[in-house]
Design a protein around this ligand. Structure first.
Ligand SMILES: [Zn+2]
Length: 477
């Protein structure tokens, strides 16, 4: 899984500020936040898992004194491990995080922590500053520097994917409180409060496996995994009395609803297969070659060249403007906001659909940068907006990709593979390595070791449920 660069792009940005302290405002934030998650990240639907997480969440909420909101729990369609809450009682858990818990107690620890953030109305510190410079850390291509305003939003939108919420930056004091009171409600609901520390450790390891770097990713931007934090959790845990309530799921059956959980990016937002990008919803394809990597969300699809000096973002959006009016407005906006005029413009025809191209060039620190915006009339209500950005050596690569635009008919999408969780029951005496050989996929061995916290030679007693990862075929037609 080559998540590294993609995830690095998806770095910190916070515009979600909460200063005013009244509950009505919290509810307004809840509505806004919910819509933002829906549009930019999407929800993951699995009725068994959704109902289980909701039951667990409500059980924790019933320990609040008082619960300020009606709480709702949602599964988010993102492979990045994360959990976040917004004021007003909405709690979100990503697919990436759901791959991790070994017990209900661990999941209770994470959800409890987020519930406290919401219920205690922890204010999120607003972080402003050079937003685009932070997101797109392409060497020599710091968008915030020269390409501000309209260009910045055109190129960066698909990469913003819920960052405002994901990067919730609470104060240290708030974090301590969420750990302390979150584990307390977990204990009162019958869970071992200490287990929050166990899943945090796995979260930290998962981040390292996915990004190749220690704790680079979103969850840890706000929730650092530190010995101090574990120490504090250990200390509080000893003072709580764990209620004698049995868990919702039988201890030995806990992993069952997690069978078939998708771990990678969801191909429904676009996928790359044999050097070609396919988008099943909007039926487009582009020829890329091997050097490109991509990531998709309901907001759009973004691809980055492995050298990180070229990127393309693709979005189909509802728009009342025609392609030529949109293009003219963009040009006008650029002139007003940045005094820049296009270095080139032309009419284009993409496999039968008409559009316009605007090009801007600029120089920064001796590097010449090229920005293009293609606006294509997708249908009578939608525009296909494709923005490209690169340094001079990549102009031809970008041109090659753009020229290959094709519309794909139903039934012509190749199938693809998605890393997916598979829960299997171990027979007596079998080792983890043998299970992987028989039913898993060797490619994900590091991940599987992290998930199970057993060595490859670990021998099972028989009857245990084990997490494996397989490349599952996904057919879009
Ligand atoms: Zn937190």
């Amino acid at each position: 899984m080559k998540f590294k660069q993609l995830l690095l792009i998806n770095l910190s940005l916070i515009v979600f500020g909460l200063n005013a302290q009244n509950l009505r405002k919290d509810s307004a934030y809840a509505v806004q936040g919910y819509e933002m998650v829906e549009q930019q990240m999407g929800f993951y639907h699995d009725s068994e898992l959704e109902s289980y997480v909701n039951k667990l969440g409500q059980r924790l909420v019933s320990q609040l004194d008082p619960a300020l909101f009606e709480y709702e729990f949602y599964l988010v369609d993102s492979p990045e491990p994360n959990a976040f809450a917004i004021p007003g009682g909405k709690v979100f858990i990503t697919r990436g995080l759901l791959a991790l818990p070994k017990t209900e107690d661990e999941l209770a620890g994470v959800i409890g922590h987020e519930i406290i953030h919401s219920n205690n109305r922890h204010g999120v510190k607003a972080q402003t500053g050079n937003v685009f410079g932070k997101i797109i850390a392409i060497p020599g291509v710091i968008i915030g520097g020269i390409f501000r305003g309209p260009i910045g939003s055109a190129i960066a939108s698909p990469f913003l994917i819920g960052n405002e919420l994901l990067q919730a930056d609470y104060s240290r004091g708030n974090e301590k409180e969420a750990d302390k009171l979150g584990t307390e409600i977990a204990a009162k609901a019958g869970y071992d409060p200490m287990e929050l520390a166990y899943i945090l450790k796995r979260l930290s390891l998962e981040s390292q496996i996915l990004t190749g770097e220690a704790e680079q990713k979103s969850y840890f931007a706000s929730h650092p995994y530190t010995p101090k934090r574990v120490e504090a959790i250990t200390k509080h845990s000893q003072t709580y009395k764990q209620a004698d309530t049995p868990p919702i799921a039988d201890k030995n059956e806990f992993l069952k609803p997690f069978d078939d959980l998708m771990i990678g990016f969801n191909p429904k937002y676009g996928y790359i297969e044999k050097g070609k990008l396919y988008n099943p919803e909007y039926k487009y394809s582009f020829k890329l070659g091997e050097e490109w990597q991509g990531m998709g969300s309901p907001a759009g699809y973004g691809i980055v060249h492995s050298k990180q000096e070229a990127m393309i973002t693709l979005m189909v959006e509802k728009d009342s403007l025609s392609y030529s009016d949109y293009s003219s407005e963009f040009e006008q906006l650029m002139l007003e906001q940045t005094k820049m005029r296009p270095s080139d413009k032309s009419s284009v025809d993409w496999d039968g659909k008409k559009g316009k191209m605007l090009e801007y060039t600029a120089e920064q620190n001796g590097t010449k940068l090229h920005f293009q915006l293609y606006t294509i009339q997708y249908d009578s209500e939608h525009l296909f907006k494709v923005a490209t950005l690169c340094s001079t050596p990549y102009v031809e690569d970008i041109e090659g990709v753009i020229k290959s635009a094709k519309w794909v008919k139903k039934g012509q999408f190749p199938s693809t593979k998605v890393p997916t969780l598979k829960i299997v029951e171990a027979n007596k005496g079998v080792t983890l390595q043998e299970l992987i050989d028989a039913k898993g996929d060797e490619e994900f061995v590091k991940f599987v070791l992290m998930l199970n916290e057993n060595s490859l030679s670990h021998q099972y007693k028989g009857g245990e449920l084990v997490k494996l990862v397989v490349n599952k075929s996904y057919n879009q037609n």
